[in-house]
Design a protein around this ligand. Sequence first.
Ligand SMILES: C[S@@+](CC[C@H](N)C(=O)[O-])C[C@H]1O[C@@H](n2cnc3c(N)ncnc32)[C@H](O)[C@@H]1O
Length: 341
Amino acid sequence: MKDDSALQALWLPLDSGRIALPTDAPGVFLNARAPLAPRWRARACVQAFRPDFDALVRMGVDARPADDELAAGSQSLVLLLAPRARAWSRAQLARAAMLCAADGQVVACAANDEGAKSMEADFMRLFGSGTVLSKHKCRVVWASPQTVDYALMEEWLRAAEPRQRSDGLWTQTGVFSADAVDPASALLMMHLPADLSGNVADFGAGNGVLSRHVVRHCQQARQVDLYEADHRALQLARCNLDDANTDTRFHWHDIAAGVQERFDAVVMNPPFHLTGKRGIPELGQRFIDVAADALHSRGQLWMVANSHLPYEGVLARRFARVDDVAKHAGFKVLRAAEPRR
Ligand SMILES: C[S@@+](CC[C@H](N)C(=O)[O-])C[C@H]1O[C@@H](n2cnc3c(N)ncnc32)[C@H](O)[C@@H]1O
C-alpha cells in the first residue's frame, strides 16, 4: 500500500492531545481511508470510491458511500481528508462545517502536492480562523464551527449539487470530466459501431456518457450494465439513462476485483493513475484483463486511451485479434476480439 501521508498527518492533533476524541459523542470521518486507527473504527466513515470503501469494510468499519443521512450539527468531531479538486474540496469543508455541533471540532488535512495551500486558505475563509500544523508534507487545519460564514457555506454546497449541462448530461463537481464530454470518450463514440448487440458493459462508466450513446445508437443492445467505482458518478449515470428504452443496470463496483457477469461487448475509457504528466497504466491493463474474462467467445472490446499508454501487450496476450481503429489528437481507439482464457 502506498504511504498515505495525509492520513498520518490527520491524526496528529488527536495523538498529541490538542483535540480530544469524545468517547461517547458521535464523530464522522469524511473521505475516510484505511488503515484506520483502532480508536476510530467504531465511528462512522464516508467514502464514495469503491476500492477505498471496500478497504474500510474489510477493517470492520461502519462505512457508507454518502453522508446524507447525518443530521446538521449532529457530530462532535468531523474529520476530512480533503480531495484535490478545489470546488469539491470546498463543498466537503462546507459539509463538515454543517455536520459539526457548535461546540465540536472540524479537522481537515491535505497533502502539499494535492492542494494543501488552497485547502488551508478555504478553511480560513469558511471558519474565520483555525490552527494549522505542517507535517509529513501535509497541512492539518482545525477549528470549531462557531464563527462559520453560513452564506459561504451555503454557496459552496450549492456549487457542488448535481446540475444538468447544456448537452443534457447530468454532472457534478469532482466527478470525471465534469464540465464537458472527455475528448477521448467523444472519439470512441465516433467510432463505436451501431451493430453492438446483446449484453453490453461499460467499465468505469462515469456519468454514463458511453452507455447513453449505446442505448441511443445501438438498436440491438438488449441490456447495458454500467460499472463505476465513484458512487456520485453512478448516481448521475442513473439520471442520464433514466429515459433509456434498453434495460440498464448500475453497479457500484471496483472493476479491479473482476466481474461475475458475461457480455457480448465491453466499451470503456479506462482510468489510469497520474504521476506528474505521465499515466501509470496498471489499472487500465487490469480493466483489459477483466474485460477479456467477462466477454463471451464471440464478444468484442471497444476502448479508447491516451496514445502513449502501453496497452498493446496485454491486449495481444488476452485477445487473438486486435485492431487499431483510429488515432487522433493524442488518443487511440482499439478494438479487440476473440478473448483468450
Ligand atoms: C476515464 S474515466 C471515463 C468515464 C466515462 N466512461 C466517460 O467516458 O466519461 C474512468 C472512470 O473509471 C472510474 N474508475 C476508476 N477506478 C475504477 C475502478 N477500480 N473500478 C471501476 N471504475 C473505476 C473513474 O471514477 C472514472 O469515472
